[in-house]
Write a protein that binds this ligand. Structure first.
Ligand code: CUA
Length: 337
């Protein structure tokens, strides 16, 4: 009934309606309480007004029942808001395991996207309709915020850390992408388009023009060899560094007795700040690769390490023909681009 309401952007994702429903609930509760309080102020001001110059107010002793009631009712309403909001939050920020993965890098002032099969885009993101998509996002410089109003999703994009955002588009079309965090002079120009396509169109787009650059995992593998990572991270147990096969998603035991989950953020930190977490049984001898690899390349290395642990998933998921970049960058290897 609200879909034609002109103040709201269109709804084009599975959670858009749910976000709106919560919003309407918040507006309704706020409006209801405001009217109730304002109405009672006016009503009591008239009913209990002073009628003669010598009139003295009746002493008030309080009412336990009333006090409990006006504490419990707002508490209940707040808890409804809290649980409702938390459930939505977890739906949005924890995509299902079979979600289509896309890597997002924000920089002043553009959005860069890498698809797992190696296809790259700038300020445009193509996704299929009806399929869960998970974005792994980071920033190359300052804090940005990734906002698609029609999908009702928004999340900060932070330097030095990965944040993840999920959505499932319901209607093919083109939707606005905004940066929602002031990030410098051309912040307002840091905009883009989300292009939602029918699955067959999307497949056609994926296998469209582009040089034979290979998947992100294979780009990562090439980089892994170029940087000579394999001299220490050998596939047998004789290496000076930990084995990377099957590492992703595992719990890692550290030198200091703590454990850490081997997720994207851990891998990223281990590449850029290797001394931060030393794996039990190994020496802190790895040099940092800070400044030697770009954000894109860190993500490619992570995609490669992930592929070492999930060979089968890769074999079924990465069956598309080789893809190339859509952007003008001549090479994926130039650090600092
Ligand atoms: Cu990026 Cu504002």
């Amino acid at each position: 009934m609200w879909s034609g309401f002109p103040l709201f952007p269109e709804r084009a994702s599975t959670i858009a309606g749910r976000v709106d429903a919560l919003y309407y609930f918040l507006v309704a509760v706020s409006t209801g309480m405001s009217l109730l309080i304002a109405g009672l102020i006016i009503f009591f001001a008239i009913k209990y007004r002073r009628r003669s110059a010598n009139e003295v107010g009746a002493p008030i002793t309080g009412s336990l029942g009333l006090e409990v009631l006006w504490s419990l009712i707002p508490f209940g309403i707040m808890m409804i808001m809290f649980v409702w909001g938390v459930r939505l939050y977890f739906t949005i920020y924890h995509a299902p395991a079979d979600a289509l993965e896309v890597q997002v890098i924000g920089k002043q002032w553009m959005w860069k996207f890498q698809h797992l099969d190696g296809r790259r885009e700038i300020n445009q993101l193509h996704v299929p309709v009806g399929r869960a998509v998970q974005l792994t996002m980071t920033s190359q410089d300052v804090i940005h915020s990734f906002f698609i109003p029609a999908f009702r999703v928004k999340l900060d994009v932070l330097p030095g850390r990965y944040t993840t955002l999920g959505f499932q588009a319901t209607t093919p079309g083109q939707y606005h992408l905004f940066c929602a965090e002031y990030c410098g002079t051309q912040h307002s120009g840091m905009i883009g388009q989300i292009i939602v396509m029918e699955p067959t169109q999307y497949q056609a787009w994926l296998s469209g023009s582009g040089s034979a650059q290979g998947s992100l995992a294979s780009l990562g593998q090439t980089l892994f060899q170029d940087l000579a990572c394999q001299t220490c991270h050998r596939s047998d147990t004789q290496g000076r560094g930990p084995q990377l096969e099957g590492l992703f998603g595992k719990t890692v035991h550290l030198q200091n007795g703590q454990t850490v989950l081997a997720d994207e953020n851990y891998l990223r930190e281990s590449i850029l700040d290797p001394q931060a977490k030393i794996v039990a049984g190994f020496q802190p001898i790895m040099p940092t690769f800070q400044g030697l690899v770009s954000e894109e390349q860190v993500l490619q290395l992570i995609a490669y390490i992930k592929s070492l642990g999930t060979q089968q998933a890769q074999a079924t998921g990465g069956s598309s023909p080789p893809e190339g970049p859509r952007d003008a960058a001549p090479s994926g290897r130039a650090p600092g681009t």
